[in-house]
Every structure is written in structure tokens, then in C-alpha cells.
Design a protein around this ligand. Structure first.
Ligand SMILES: Cc1cc2nc3c(=O)[nH]c(=O)nc-3n(C[C@H](O)[C@H](O)[C@H](O)COP(=O)(O)O)c2cc1C
Length: 321
């Protein structure tokens, strides 16, 4: 029949992979069709059956999906038809419905595909296929909603003091402040801009002297001058306010900055590093100053543990936005 159409046989080979590189190319095809989560799928699974996941990357995707002649969209559509017709492979059909959507065959298109197949595969398999398409579309919508949430802009305002500090009952010299460490963990976890509050006057590097300076300042409700100010937070949706506990609340310099901003509509989260006082009164103080904001849950990190708190800080920060 092909020859009658003027097609010369045997057909030219369409392979682009070799036995040396088919696993890598297959993995890339899996990632292209299903997403980054498939990158390590070939090495996953229980010991006794992980070779099948390897074959899937190596043979199924590495040999077939890398062939020329069909686009990913065409190949995915055909795979979807085969699976729907075969019946009894709902998980695979749902995954390939999602794969189709990822490469441009949307829900409406897949419903048209099912409609075309229906006279050949019958109602039960068509209805199963439709259920898989609906499930894949719901999952896709949920992840798009999540991405939209992630598009929100985050700001991390922090104050942190290097030098002598009180750590687990003794005085130590910190080359990087505890709060700065945590602020950077937040940025790493959820992205956003860091703004460090720096005062014009330098606090003593001697711990005891500094605590006296801070006490005087707090009692007098001082607002120490800053080296630079953040004039507006209009571009941001979520603001993490991070500082050390100084006599039960943030250092006065934090309030110097916070009082200059319009907080209407922002979501504000408190992080405080401390040596025993926890969050102190910082959440209450934020609520007084950040008028018009809504507030997330605060997080207290023991200063001595700051360097080991990445997981805790990251999961807290992600849960707030
Ligand atoms: C001036 C000053 C006052 C402090 N007051 C308290 C306090 O009242 N309660 C507490 O738990 N820790 C207190 N600390 C300890 C710090 O909150 C803690 O070491 C914090 O992690 C330091 O953060 P930083 O390195 O980012 O500046 C104080 C430290 C200083 C320097």
C-alpha cells in the first residue's frame, strides 16, 4: 500500500539516539513531556523493580520518543489513543493526558480525540478516558494556581548585628549575625528581595555594652537614623520582618524603618532570633505598626541554632505565602 502511494521501502531510519546516549535522551524526553519531576525517575523505585523504570527511560522514551517524524504533540496524542483503547491503565492514561496538555494538546482537544475514538473503543473505555482527562486537567489547574501564588513578590527586611553575642551561655564573636543567616534561608526558600537595616550609629561590638545601649534606646523609644531607607513596599505582596530579640522585641532601628511604610494589603510575617525569649512581643508590636496588613504565623529561632535552621525556616516561609 505504501509503495502504491509512491513511498520507497524500507523506510529511512528515524532514530536519533544510540545505545550510548538513549538513557540520557530518553530522560530529557520524559522531562520535556511530563516535567522536571521525571529527571531522576529512571533511577527510582524499589530494588527489585527499578530496572523497569530504567527501561522506560532507556527504551520507551530513549528509543521511541526521540525518533523524528512525529512531534511530541502527535506522539502523545497517539499514545493517549492506544492507552484509551487498551483499557485498564488509568494511571498511565492520566499521566499521558497531563503530558498531552503539557505539549499543547489541551482538554478540549483530548475530548475531541476521545469522541473520534468512541465508535471503535466503545462507551466504557471512552468514559474512563474522559475521567482521566478531567483528573489531569484538575491537577494542572491546581499547579497553575500554585504558580500564580509563587508569582507574588516577597520582601525580607532584616536587622542583624555581627560581633560579640551571647550564645548558649557564653560570649562568642559572630562573623555573620544569626538573623542574617535566617533571612537568607527565607530568600533561598521563597525568593524575593533582601533589605538590610543598617544604623548610622554603630552599636558596641562588646555584648554587655550593646545591651546597655539598646536598653536606653528602648526606654526612650528612640528611632535611630538609618544609613538608607526603603521608601515604598508597593511592589511587594509578602513581607518577612526579621530581627534579633533585644529586650523582648525588635531593635528600635527596625521600627524606624517599619513606621515609614504603608502596610495596607500586605501580608506580614515575623521572624525573631533569640537566646530564650522566643518571639517576645514582636508580633504584637508589628500589629500595632503595620496598620492595614494581615499577619502570618511568626517563627522564633534560637540564635545558637540559626546555622542549622534552614529546613525549619524554609518550610515555615513556604507555608506562609
Ligand atoms: C542588645 C541585645 C539584647 C538582647 N536581648 C535579648 C532578650 O531580651 N532575649 C533573648 O532571648 N535574647 C536577647 N539577646 C540575644 C539575641 O537576641 C540573639 O543572640 C540573636 O540571635 C542575635 O541575632 P543577630 O546575630 O542577628 O543580631 C540580646 C542580644 C543583644 C545584642
Amino acid at each position: 500500500m505504501l509503495e502504491a502511494q509512491g513511498i520507497q521501502l524500507p523506510l529511512e531510519g528515524r532514530a536519533t539516539s544510540t545505545t550510548e546516549n538513549r538513557r540520557e535522551l530518553g530522560t530529557q524526553a520524559q522531562v520535556d513531556v511530563f516535567g522536571e519531576g521525571m529527571r531522576d525517575f529512571w533511577k527510582s523505585g524499589p530494588e527489585e523493580s527499578k530496572h523497569i523504570n530504567y527501561w522506560l527511560a532507556d527504551n520507551c522514551f530513549g528509543d521511541y520518543y526521540t525518533r523524528t517524524g512525529l512531534s511530541y504533540a502527535q506522539r502523545e496524542m497517539i499514545t493517549f489513543c492506544f492507552l484509551a483503547a487498551q483499557g485498564g491503565c488509568k494511571p498511565q492514561l492520566t499521566s499521558h493526558a497531563a503530558g498531552n496538555m503539557k505539549v499543547g494538546n489541551d482538554k478540549a482537544f483530548l475530548i475531541r480525540v476521545i469522541s473520534q475514538c468512541l465508535p471503535y473503543i466503545g462507551y466504557p473505555r471512552s468514559l474512563n478516558a474522559l475521567a482521566c482527562v478531567n483528573r489531569a486537567a484538575d491537577t494542572q489547574k491546581q499547579s497553575t494556581d500554585k504558580e500564580e501564588i509563587k508569582m507574588e513578590k516577597n520582601l525580607i527586611i532584616y536587622y542583624s548585628r555581627k560581633g560579640q553575642n551571647y550564645v548558649n551561655g557564653s560570649i562568642r564573636d559572630l562573623s555573620k549575625g544569626n538573623t542574617e543567616i535566617c533571612a537568607e534561608f527565607i530568600q533561598k526558600a521563597v525568593g524575593g528581595d533582601l533589605f538590610e537595616i543598617k544604623t548610622v550609629k554603630a552599636y558596641s561590638t562588646d555584648y554587655m555594652t550593646c545591651t546597655e545601649e539598646a536598653k536606653v534606646e528602648l526606654r526612650a523609644r528612640e528611632r535611630p537614623e538609618l544609613k538608607r531607607y526603603l521608601d515604598s513596599i508597593a511592589d511587594y505582596d509578602n513581607v518577612f520582618v526579621c530581627g534579633p530579640c533585644w529586650w523582648g522585641t525588635y531593635p528600635c532601628a527596625v521600627f524606624t524603618q517599619l513606621e515609614k511604610l504603608d502596610w495596607t494589603g500586605k501580608k506580614v510575617m515575623a521572624l525573631m532570633t533569640h537566646e530564650g525569649s522566643g518571639l517576645g512581643s514582636c508580633e504584637r508590636d508589628l500589629k500595632r505598626i503595620c496598620v492595614g496588613a494581615v499577619f502570618g504565623k511568626g517563627l522564633a529561632i534560637h540564635g545558637a541554632d540559626a546555622a542549622h535552621s534552614e529546613r525549619e525556616v524554609a518550610s515555615w516561609a513556604k507555608a506562609q505565602i
